[in-house]
Design a protein around this ligand. Structure first.
Ligand code: UDP
Length: 475
């Protein structure tokens, strides 16, 4: 098929709104650089909850006609027979591969596939690229520090024989601060698990791709990026080209997966003083027990700070794979809490329009679960963070955000992960009203400036994007 025919770039995200949003943004970004390309996004239908994506997909389809969603057929799997969300997701993506192959083949009869871009979890599809002669890339949806760590983990795997959860020491990665072994991604803590095995396999495959696109920008993580490009993270010293094209975040107009009255909290923010409100939100999957919710409420109340807090119903089962109902705030929060704090606080059920909230002038701090999208959204908006990781690679992100980038304060938890009301009060007050908090705020402001430079004409992220897309043109 001659290249003059409209070529398409196939993007294959893993399930989950966080992964999907950044892949869609990557698609939009490629279109800004190369409007004659079309974008085809392979989406995975799941029989378990991965955050609400339906409304989001419909909005993108109607606003960006150059993006086509291609739904892969449903592979019914029973969540009850898998130990974790990761385990079921990896199995699903493995079983997807023949369907992905068929879809790529059928697409290539009518159009040129300029490139095939996959999420880390979609590694089983990587060999299809070389089989079908399509240049294949990873889109790494976390930061460069995390990429440094992941590329180096197979080396660490060779050198130790214990589970990370039993290893009471720090691990050393090229150009990163020491990271406690227990802060490795939660599904990797147990060495004798399928999840661990899958991850090591994914990490071994990454360097075999034609390139790794990373959702970060050079000035944010220079040391990690240098380690990666100098080949310090992989055993043979050869890393494929890395393209830092970020920060890619959803626009403030996209209202995420929320139903309900998402505008209400923005209207409320309009009535609050500039930079005065702490925003608490814990990603698409973050959940707390009833006990922890009460503790947060007590801490917030004692801090006296203004707050906007997204509250979800506590988990009823682990792992959480089914959609949860809205929380019953009256019974979950301490008696009279909502009434006593109504002048300076607002509780939103289940979901808030996070990007728009962070960009609102009244928001001055963010208590986050350290999902990478959330961190980037805060950096773009210049909002300093308190880092309270919950799942996935978030504990690792906390080390990087606090110790390497110095854009967040550390939330201390007990061994079981419980955070006391005192700690919530202390950290929120420190963020909003202390010298340390101000230092973090100043650095986030500077980083926020950095995002604008990186994304402007001639900026590092624009140059990286141009290089990437131009290489597809010539192939
Ligand atoms: N998000 C949102 N409202 C919510 C919770 C999450 O808009 O109430 C968005 C958030 O802005 C981010 C994404 O969902 O873009 C979550 O991605 P992240 O990487 O932070 O965490 P994950 O959900 O993947 O753990």
């Amino acid at each position: 098929v001659p290249m003059s025919m409209a070529a398409t770039v196939v993007l294959y995200p893993s399930p989950g709104i966080g992964h999907l949003i950044s892949m869609v943004e990557l698609g939009k970004l490629i279109l800004t650089r190369h409007p004659s390309f079309s974008i085809t996004i392979f989406t995975t239908t799941t029989s378990f909850n991965t955050g609400s994506t339906g409304p989001y997909l419909r909005r993108v389809s109607s606003t960006t006609p150059s993006i086509t969603f291609h739904n892969l057929p449903l592979i019914p799997l029973d969540p009850a027979s898998f130990p974790s969300t990761e385990a079921i997701t990896f199995e699903l993506l493995r079983l997807n591969t023949p369907h992905v192959r068929r879809s790529l083949l059928s697409l290539s009869t009518t159009t040129t596939i300029a490139a095939f871009v996959i999420d880390l979890f979609c590694t089983p599809a990587l060999p299809l690229g070389s089989e079908l002669n399509i240049p294949s890339y990873y889109f790494f949806t976390s930061g460069a520090g995390c990429l440094d760590c992941f590329l180096y983990l197979p080396t660490i795997h060779q050198n130790i024989n214990q589970s990370f959860k039993d290893l009471n020491t720090d691990l050393y990665f090229p150009n990163l601060p020491p990271i406690p072994a227990a802060d490795m991604p939660s599904p990797m803590l147990e060495r004798n698990s399928t999840e661990y095995e899958c991850f090591i396999d994914f990490f071994n495959h990454m360097p075999k791709s034609d390139g790794i696109i990373v959702n970060t920008f050079e000035a944010l993580e220079p040391r990690a990026l240098k380690a990666i490009s100098d080949g310090l993270c992989v055993p043979n010293g050869v890393t494929p080209p890395v393209f830092c094209i970020g920060p890619l975040i959803a626009s403030g107009e996209d209202r995420g997966g929320g139903g309900g009255d998402v505008e209400e909290c923005l209207t409320w923010l309009d009535t609050q003083p500039s930079r005065s409100v702490v925003f608490l939100c814990f990603g698409s999957l973050g959940l707390f027990t009833g006990e922890q919710l009460k503790e947060i409420a007590i801490g917030l109340e004692r801090s006296g700070q203004r707050f906007l807090w997204v509250v979800r119903a506590p988990p009823t089962q682990t792992p959480v794979l089914l959609a949860l109902p809205d929380p019953d705030l009256g019974s979950l929060l301490p008696d009279g809490f909502l009434d006593r704090t109504k002048e300076r606080g607002m509780v939103v059920q289940s979901w808030a329009p996070q990007v728009a909230v962070l960009q609102h002038d009244s928001v001055g701090g963010f208590v986050t679960h350290c999902g990478w999208n959330s961190a980037l959204e805060a950096v773009c908006a210049g909002v300093p963070m308190v880092a309270w990781p919950l799942y996935a690679e978030q504990r690792l992100n906390r080390v990087l955000l606090v110790k390497e980038m110095k854009l967040a304060l550390w939330m201390n938890e007990s061994e079981s992960g419980f955070v006391t009301a005192e700690e919530v009060e202390k950290r929120v007050t420190e963020l909003m009203d202390s010298e340390e908090g101000k230092a973090v705020r100043d650095r986030v402001k500077a980083a926020s400036e950095g995002t604008r430079e990186a994304m402007s004409e001639g900026g590092s992220s624009r140059v990286a994007l141009a290089k990437l897309v131009e290489s597809w043109n010539q192939s």
